[in-house]
Design a protein around this ligand. Sequence first.
Ligand SMILES: O=C(CO)[C@@H](O)[C@H](O)[C@H](O)[C@H](O)COP(=O)(O)O
Length: 230
Amino acid sequence: MSNEGTLSGLYPFLHGKTQDPTKLQTALLHSVAEKARDSRETNEAFFGGQAEILVAAARTLAGVYSSGGQLFSMGNGGSSCDASHVAVEFVHPVTAGRPALAATNLVADLAMISAVGNDLGFDHVFVRQLVAHARKGDALIGISTSGNSQNLIAAFVKAKEMDVSTIGLAGGDGGKMKSSGAVDHCLIVPSTSIHRIQECHVAAYHIMWDLVHTLLADERGSAARKEKVQ
Ligand SMILES: O=C(CO)[C@@H](O)[C@H](O)[C@H](O)[C@H](O)COP(=O)(O)O
């Protein structure tokens, strides 16, 4: 899936070993086209293969919200930014008229992360917060390009012990996120390129957010119709 290796010919240009500006421009344009194609193909393969898992995850999350639960999000590095983005998306909907839904980003508090990381170890930074804040019936989403970040896996395992629903966004072969059996809905981007995986993750949680609102609106509509009939 990844085409990262095929572009290694570009690097001599960037290190000034080749002085031909025309060749460099051609190589740069070629790189844009190649990466855009890879991005498109990865996106199509991902959503083509995993739409049902995405809908199932959205149904679970809509159920959590309609029962008064909330969402927690987590990730490392670039995926920590995605975890933050997920929480903002739910709390502060960009589309007018959609209700705010409770979501907490477990990566937001540096004092918390440094205290738990320093005292107990980095593997505990999400588990600790989950135990403190989550309740039975809530949901946890974890984002990892490799699927192998131990702090996420530990939190997923703890979430299942606490009856918290789990949604995972991974890449490659899904790593431990898939093999742990602790993730109820595991979406795996079929690529080994971190960038392509991250791009699909953003699209996946945007779509999931939209599906959750659609499901909740449908539920409100059904309840209103029932009330009218009675
Ligand atoms: O890919 C980026 C930035 O885009 C890196 O910062 C990356 O997120 C970090 O290496 C993470 O620690 C990787 O963790 P994970 O995605 O495998 O869970």
